[in-house]
Design a protein around this ligand. Structure first.
Ligand SMILES: [Zn+2]
Length: 477
């Protein structure tokens, strides 16, 4: 019997407001424990929360970016549960009237498009963090309330995903969109994006859903992909071995690459939700929502599709260029000056990206880089004025110092020599100095020509046109 998987994702993203959701404590990451706290976020008796308007603002933008309908009327609810890092013993969340509903994202998989539904997006407060003392005989645990009350948006997908790869693509689009609209940095390492996966299997063609397991504790999108892959295999094996699959929460162990049962959830949780009496319901103004919708940028996945259609870029290039908004904007600036779309893309993904990675910089931090100079550099190489090697050598100056590449070419005398008569004498010299290689070439080992060309390049300080050099060797040998 063949099985198929049914996957739904729950993503929590931290909305990047300066202050917390119901008080004015800072949301800054990495401060000493319990320094970003006040009576409100520590859940002291008698305090009153007040909604941070910026949280609502960013939640609406996030909802719009994910094609959701924004609710005209929305409220907060208390979700009751006990945990030591939850000082009020309830979390303020949204239950039946979330801020955004019925969204979707289109993913492209192997050339076809698939629509993944987004059930809802709601606002809630984050809990604190427990730190357990390590080492033999340690008995203490500590609690840090800095994160308590940090604003989150929880985004729940429909169980429309069928493979780990689809989940991976969906997460990337979701992350890129939220970054484009600047509501979250979606940094998984700092916990500003977390993802849980609900996974079940069923025989192909069957409608009813199987019993699901909730998989947690993945710290990268690749880990989500691997954890789902493992979980599908585990469940199929269990069914084939006639074991019963129980509804449970499982933790991903990244070292062993397996999921481990954490607690069974045989019965549905009863959180005893009820409306939060200390916060008034929200009515988001229609005009405000429409203004926010108008201000949305072109979304990264839509942009990538356009790059493929208009600029004929391969999907991998289009995805890479659009994954960072500022890189995409720079690309669009560059192609205004030069319509060799693919070559510009190569230089941005190659030299520029390598430079940024090496220096751990963002493109916005390169204050002297201009699209004019960058395009000049690409053109110099493209038209054969300088060699690709020289181009790469001066790229750093163009990127970092904003130097005019034409000027450096002049100053350093980098102009490529394509005149056969000028190169011929060097070729003759190299032939004379390397009788062994020449002999091998004549015996049919034509690959040595690479070595000979290299010698000419060295002697010409990289200025000889390699194609001309190659041609001369072929003629002479
Ligand atoms: Zn506070």
């Amino acid at each position: 019997m063949e099985y198929e998987a049914v996957i739904g994702l729950e993503v929590h993203v931290q909305l990047n407001t300066k202050t917390k959701i119901f008080c004015d404590c800072s949301t800054k990451f990495g401060n000493p424990p319990n320094t970003n706290v006040c009576p409100v976020c520590m859940g002291m008796p008698g305090v009153l929360p007040v909604l941070n308007r910026e949280v609502l603002h960013k939640a609406i933008i996030a909802g719009l970016a994910l094609n959701c309908e924004i609710s005209a009327y929305s409220k907060f609810d208390r979700k009751q549960y006990f945990y030591p890092d939850l000082p009020k013993n309830y979390q303020v969340s949204q239950f039946d009237l979330p801020i955004a509903l019925n969204g979707y994202l289109n993913i492209n998989i192997e050339g076809r498009q698939k629509k993944i539904g987004i059930t809802r997006l709601h606002m809630e407060e984050d809990a604190g963090k427990l730190i357990h003392e390590e080492g033999a005989g340690s008995k203490s645990s500590f609690v840090d309330f800095n994160r308590t009350g940090v604003p989150l948006a929880e985004i729940v997908s429909e169980p429309d995903l069928s493979t780990p790869q689809e989940a991976y693509i969906y997460l990337n689009i979701l992350k890129n969109r939220l970054r484009y609209v600047k509501v979250s940095d979606c940094n998984m390492e700092e916990g500003s994006l977390r993802c849980d996966a609900n996974v079940s299997i069923r025989p192909k063609g069957v409608k009813e859903l199987g019993t699901k397991a909730e998989v947690k504790n993945m710290n990268s999108f690749k880990a989500v992909e691997k954890a789902i892959e493992y979980e599908i295999r585990r469940q199929i094996k269990a069914v084939k071995d006639k074991e019963k699959i129980v509804q449970e929460t499982r933790l991903w162990d990244a070292d062993k690459e397996i999921t481990i049962s954490m607690r069974s959830k045989e019965e549905a949780h009863d959180y005893r939700y009820f409306p939060e009496p200390d916060l008034v319901p929200m009515e988001a103004d229609k005009k405000w929502i429409e203004e926010l919708r108008k201000d949305l940028p072109e979304m990264p996945d839509i942009k990538a599709k356009r790059y493929m259609d208009e600029y004929k870029l391969p999907q991998a290039d289009a995805d890479l260029l659009t994954s960072e908004q500022d890189i995409a904007l720079f690309y669009e600036e560059c192609i205004k000056h030069y319509d060799n779309y693919k070559t510009i893309a190569n230089w941005i993904m190659g030299e520029l990206n390598q430079y940024l990675n090496k220096k751990k910089l963002l493109i916005t931090e390169l204050s002297k880089l201009t699209s004019e100079n960058f395009v000049k550099l690409v053109k110099l190489v493209d038209s054969g004025v300088i060699t690709g090697k020289s181009g790469k050598e001066i790229a750093a100056d163009v990127i970092e110092k904003g130097v005019d590449p034409e000027k450096i070419t002049e100053e350093k005398g980098l102009k490529q020599v394509s005149d056969e008569s000028e190169i011929e004498s060097i070729v003759d010299e190299v032939i004379k100095e390397n009788p062994e290689a020449v002999e091998n070439y004549k015996k049919g080992k034509t690959t040595v020509v690479g070595f000979l060309v290299g010698q000419v390049m060295k002697k010409s300080q990289g200025k000889a046109n390699p194609q001309v050099v190659n041609k001369l060797f072929k003629d002479k040998l």
